[in-house]
Write a protein that binds this ligand. Structure first.
Ligand SMILES: [Ca+2]
Length: 194
């Protein structure tokens, strides 16, 4: 009974966002960890413990389609690979770059991002990307990682040395199919809480 409140909170957390083929694997829960005990192994690099998507919020997005389809940015962090964030296309089609900024809810040493592209339909899959980390969501330095996602439909993991911050921005610079659209089915983040 002493921990009733805590147990109730934990029971309300959504299931772990482990996807088929994901490089995120179950690890050991650490004291003070906000989310489920997950960690990402990329070769010899441990990119930190996955931050529960239940802790994440969309801080800001460059555009999202909410009229022509449910392409809301929040779909990128809902744990459901079938729902997507899609940049605006019905009443305007802003071009690249596109970005989504995620608020982790607290300070982390952020070390990895996992990108799952949309699973059906070719519009909205990022190719070239840049990832930046910010303490306050307003000031952004040089990217912690840049590169290209492939056309694979499995989760794709990017890792980098620790970067302290609370906000992570994924910027897409081009698309796999050459269209003006970007988005994501799922975004997961790895790091160690301060
Ligand atoms: Ca989703």
């Amino acid at each position: 009974m002493l921990f009733q409140g805590r147990d109730s909170r934990l029971s309300s957390v959504r299931p772990d966002p482990i996807l088929p083929g994901s490089t995120w694997t179950r690890g050991t829960r650490r004291p003070g960890l906000a989310g489920p005990g997950l960690r990402c192994i990329d070769g010899e690099v441990e990119c930190g413990y996955a931050i529960s998507q239940a802790e994440l919020n969309v801080h800001e997005v460059s555009s999202e389609e909410t009229a022509g389809e449910d392409g809301a940015a929040t779909n990128a962090i809902d744990g459901n690979p079938s729902t997507i964030w899609h940049t605006q296309w019905q009443d305007g089609q802003p071009g690249f770059p596109h970005h989504i900024t995620i608020d982790l809810g607290a300070g982390y040493d952020v070390t990895g991002l996992e990108y799952l592209p949309r699973q059906n339909g070719s519009n909205g899959r990022f190719k070239e990307y840049a990832i930046t980390v910010s303490v306050d969501g307003e000031t952004w330095g040089d990217p912690v990682a840049t590169g290209e996602f492939t056309s694979a439909l499995t989760p794709q993991t990017v890792t980098w040395p620790e970067a302290a911050g609370r906000y992570v921005r994924l910027t897409g610079l081009s698309s796999i199919n050459g269209s003006a659209f970007g988005g994501a089915a799922e975004i997961n983040l790895g790091g160690t809480p301060h």
